[in-house]
Each structure stands twice: as structure tokens, then as C-alpha cells.
Design a protein around this ligand. Structure first.
Ligand SMILES: Cc1cc2nc3c(=O)[nH]c(=O)nc-3n(C[C@H](O)[C@H](O)[C@H](O)COP(=O)(O)OP(=O)(O)OC[C@H]3O[C@@H](n4cnc5c(N)ncnc54)[C@H](O)[C@@H]3O)c2cc1C
Length: 497
């Protein structure tokens, strides 16, 4: 039988700066493959909009590989079964892929593939997809390792790949997946070519004003990079963005670089502790919140009675993307004001994002719910956020047309109209607030405080910090003092920081 290497594409859908591709070609011909796994797409966190983005990116990758001589093989089903099928026709010498810090299902699947490969004496070589390190026990020297990896040179794609005779397969029909009706007309399109357009546009036209409108829900659509879905699906590498960013030495490029560090900083936490997808960072927060299906539903469709929350959610439902500040506010509202388990609201949010990245997502969901114990807690006030970032209510009126005739001075709190013009207020076809924002914020703050006062709370918290906390001075300043007391910092210094 002919010797081959399998090049297994996961969430690294590109031929540029692809170390697995480069290495796989060194000793024999390759079979490049992408596998749609039904079990993965069955999850609550996955959705039709992500599937469409992924499909566009996979087809684009097939074209790029085709131009090199060997099209992408596209299969659907269980990875091991498909590898078994290949091994009945070829002698598989090695499997080449990037390391994936995915969700619990892909983590378990990778363990099974590892066992299968070793039982067949097949080597599985995995390369760094991001600057996230496997087997990292704590955060000592992490930033140095991050820098070293991102400063490596970009890898050029090969000029030719020998074709191999094997059924190339096709994209599966959508109906085999359990997707709900999910139109997302405003989303970015997948694929490397669309990514390049977006990246060039951002660096040429927008980098100079990057920081200016980053928190405005409307203006950030144009001023943020919006590269996140392309990063999550691997249509481009972090090194490629940093390479472009380094051509512009200014405060905005520095800001972008620090965000790309956060990207890996968060994913590293899930890599080091995959249970964080469903388990609280700090065990004292376990099960403190109760499921409430109706509140979850109203929040998810943008019908809470808080105009700015509803506008943000409806915009997200339409576009598959919203900026950081608004994501944080939506999550904070679900966790503190509606007191919903972050696992439930987090899954709802995840499937709306075309950039869903488990490592960032679950960490952020926990941060905005106060369960990490190593971050300063922030309960966002949606009325204040609305006044700050949409003072005239234009964004609200765009997404919540029920309020289009409401005067500017009531647009953030339409219920106040009842004090002045109860008839007009009664005519409004808009839901009344589903909770009392001030009371629920106060109660949430108190509940979290009571937990932090329980015996042994801060001892556990210190251990969490040692494992996951950033060692940067600026980050340490934002961590509760009880966690980063002098003794602990000294302990860290002794460890060689
Ligand atoms: C509750 C919640 C859930 C989130 N879920 C995701 C997710 O599933 N996928 C995802 O990519 N981001 C997530 N984020 C982080 C952040 O909101 C997005 O990365 C950012 O809005 C993407 O837009 P952009 O590409 O224009 O970012 P830019 O501001 O242009 O930043 C460039 C890149 O830096 C990284 N980045 C930026 N902000 C952060 C951050 N706060 N944490 C980590 N990395 C960051 C992203 O890769 C981003 O593409 C979440 C934030 C919150 C509060």
C-alpha cells in the first residue's frame, strides 16, 4: 500500500502560515481532509450561522488546495471511522494537525484519536495553532513564551501537492444537522478571500481610529477589526495579523497586540482546565443560580423591557457579532439581574456568535458572572450603558422599532413616561421591564459578597490565581487584593517570575 500522511484540518482552515501542512509534506504525499462531526454540530453552542461560515471557509480551502494539485477531502461522520477507511486503502505514516483547544466533546475525541493512532503505530504530530501551550502547569513565563511563538517567521504555502486517488467527498446536506431556523443576514462571509478583504480594509482604513469607537454598539461594526470569526475558524493566523500590525507602529497597533495576547491568555485557561466549560472556577459558586426557561427566552430574543439590552441582543441575532462591551453587558444582565446559570445563557450567546471560541467564551461568561474569584466583579447598568454609548437612542430605535416614536429623554427608560403621560405609555407596544434593575443588582452583589465571606474562600481563590492568573503588573492591579497579597506575590517571585 502507498505511504501517506493525513493532514487533518480542524479550526485552521487556511494554507498560509500552516505549520502542519509544511511538516506533513516532508516525507510523503498527503491526504488533506476536513471532517464534519455530527456530534460536535449537535451541541447547543453550535448553530446554522456558524455552519454556514464554516462551510464557506471549507469550500474556499478546497479551492486553494485544488490549485496546488490536491483538493480537500470532505467527509462527514466520526473521525476514527473515517481514518479507518483511509487506512484500509493506504499505509498511514502520520497524522498532522494543529493543536485544538476546543470544547469538551473535541477534547474527548482527541483523546480517542490519540489512543487509536498509537494502537496502529501511527504518529500524530500537532503544531501550535495559537500561543497556547499544552501541559502548562501555571502562568510562569507565559508571556515570554507567547512572544517567542508569535515572533516566528510566517510560513509560505507549498507550490505543489501531488494528487492522490481518493473520493474527495462533499459538503453534507444541511438537513442532517438539528439546526433551528436561524437567519443571520448581517454576518460576515467565511473563507480566506473574505478575510483578506476585511484585514486589508481594517489596516488601511480603520486602524488609525481603532480605539475611538470600540465600545459603541453601532460604530464598532466598522471600527473594530471584526477579525474574530476568521481567527476562530483559522482562516488566518495570529502571526499574520501581528505581522500586519507591526507595519504600523502606534498606540492602536499596540492595543490590537494586547488584545491578541488576551485571546491566547483566555484560551490557555481552558487548555489547562477543560472542565471550565461547565464547572465554576471557584467551587463555592456551584449551583447558586437556578434555571428559568421563560426569562432565558425573553433575554435571548431581546424582549426584556430594557431598550438597550434588547437592541443589542436583536442586533447580535441579526449580525452574529457584537463588540466586547455589549457582550459583557448582555452576560452581566443574564447572570446578575436575571440570576440565570451562566452555562445556560452562555450556550445561548455562543450559538449566536459566528466567532464562538470556547476558550475565550466560557472564561468571559464566568468573568461576567463573578465566579472566577480572581477578577474584579462588574455589574453593568444597562440604562447607564445606553446613555453612554447611544445617547440619542438611535441604535435603540433601529433595533427596537416599537420605541421609534418615544422622545429621546425617555428612550432609555420608557416606563418613566407613565409619570407624565400614562395614556401614551399605555399605547406603547413594548414589554414592561421583566425585573427591577436596581433591586436585582443590589441582591446579586449581596449574594456574591456572602459567598466570598465563607470560610476558606480566599485560600481556594489564591490557588486559582496561581494556576490561571495573569502575572502582568497591570492585570495584578485589577485582581482583588486578598488574592494578590504581598506574601503571595513574594511566593511567585521566588518561583522566578
Ligand atoms: C461574554 C463574552 C463572550 C465572548 N465570546 C467570545 C467568543 O466566543 N469568541 C471570541 O473570539 N471572542 C469572544 N469574546 C471576546 C470579544 O468580545 C471578541 O473577541 C471581540 O468582540 C471580537 O471582535 P473583533 O474581532 O473586532 O475584536 P478586536 O477588538 O478587533 O480585537 C482583535 C482580536 O483580539 C481578540 N480579543 C479582543 N478582545 C478580546 C477579549 N476581551 N478576550 C479575548 N480575546 C479578545 C479577538 O481574537 C479579536 O478578534 C467574548 C466576550 C464576552 C464578554
Amino acid at each position: 500500500m502507498k505511504d501517506i500522511n493525513i493532514l487533518w484540518f480542524k479550526k485552521d482552515l487556511r494554507i498560509d502560515d500552516n505549520e502542519a501542512l509544511l511538516e506533513s509534506l516532508k516525507d510523503c504525499d498527503i491526504l488533506p481532509i476536513y471532517i464534519f462531526e455530527i456530534e460536535v454540530w449537535n451541541q447547543k453552542t453550535h448553530s446554522r450561522r456558524q455552519w454556514q461560515f464554516c462551510k464557506e471557509s471549507v469550500l474556499d480551502l478546497r479551492n486553494s488546495l485544488n490549485e496546488l494539485g490536491q483538493p480537500l477531502i470532505i467527509k462527514t461522520g466520526k473521525v476514527i471511522k473515517i481514518f479507518e477507511e483511509i487506512s484500509s486503502k493506504f499505509n498511514i505514516k502520520g497524522i498532522y494537525s494543529h493543536q485544538e483547544t476546543g470544547d469538551w466533546i473535541t477534547y474527548k475525541r482527541d483523546q480517542e484519536v490519540k489512543l487509536w493512532a498509537s494502537s496502529k503505530k501511527i504518529i500524530w504530530k500537532e503544531y501550535l495553532q495559537f500561543s497556547v501551550f499544552r501541559g502548562n502547569l501555571n502562568r510562569d513565563n507565559w508571556s515570554k513564551k507567547w512572544r517567542k511563538n508569535v515572533e516566528r517567521e510566517l510560513i509560505k504555502p507549498p507550490s505543489y501537492i501531488n494528487p492522490i486517488d481518493f473520493d474527495i467527498g462533499d459538503i453534507p446536506e444541511e438537513k442532517i444537522f438539528p439546526f433551528e431556523k436561524d437567519e443571520c443576514p448581517g454576518r460576515l462571509k467565511g473563507g480566506r478571500k473574505n478575510e483578506i478583504k476585511r484585514m486589508q480594509y481594517f489596516f488601511k482604513e480603520k486602524l488609525s481610529s481603532y480605539s475611538k469607537n470600540i465600545s459603541s454598539p453601532e460604530k464598532s461594526f466598522d471600527s473594530c477589526s471584526r477579525l474574530s470569526p476568521y481567527i476562530s475558524w483559522g482562516c488566518l493566523s495570529l502571526r499574520e495579523i501581528l505581522y500586519n500590525s507591526n507595519l504600523h507602529k502606534n498606540n492602536n497597533s499596540k492595543m490590537l497586540k494586547s488584545r491578541l495576547t488576551w485571546h491566547c491568555h483566555f484560551i490557555q485557561k481552558l487548555e489547562s482546565e477543560p472542565e471550565l466549560e461547565f464547572q465554576d472556577f471557584h467551587p463555592y459558586f456551584k449551583n447558586i443560580r437556578k434555571k428559568k426557561a421563560e426569562l432565558l427566552f425573553l433575554w435571548s430574543i431581546g424582549n426584556t423591557g430594557f431598550p438597550f439590552i434588547d437592541a443589542c441582543m436583536r442586533s447580535l441575532n441579526f449580525n452574529g457579532w457584537i463588540n466586547f462591551r455589549m457582550r459583557a453587558m448582555l452576560m452581566s444582565f443574564a447572570s446578575y439581574n436575571l440570576w440565570l446559570p451562566w452555562q445556560d445563557s452562555g450556550s445561548e450567546l455562543a450559538n449566536k456568535f459566528i466567532d464562538y471560541e470556547p476558550g475565550i467564551h466560557w472564561n468571559q461568561c464566568q468573568m461576567q458572572s463573578g465566579t472566577t474569584s480572581i477578577n474584579t466583579n462588574r455589574i453593568y447598568n444597562p440604562i447607564k450603558q445606553g446613555k453612554d454609548h447611544d445617547p440619542k437612542g438611535e441604535f435603540i430605535k433601529k433595533w427596537v422599532p416599537e420605541l421609534k416614536n418615544v422622545y429621546d429623554n425617555f428612550i432609555h427608560e420608557p416606563w418613566l413616561m407613565s409619570n407624565f403621560n400614562s395614556e401614551e405609555y399605555a399605547k406603547l407596544d413594548y414589554i414592561k421591564p421583566i425585573v427591577d434593575i436596581h433591586k436585582t443588582s443590589r441582591e446579586a452583589r449581596q449574594k456574591i459578597k456572602e459567598i466570598t465571606q465563607k470560610k476558606g474562600y480566599w485560600d481556594i481563590s489564591k490557588k486559582i490565581y496561581l494556576k490561571h492568573g495573569s502575572r502582568k503588573k497591570t492585570a495584578i492591579n485589577r485582581i482583588p487584593k486578598k488574592v494578590t497579597n504581598k506574601k503571595l506575590i513574594q511566593y511567585e517571585l521566588n518561583l522566578g517570575l
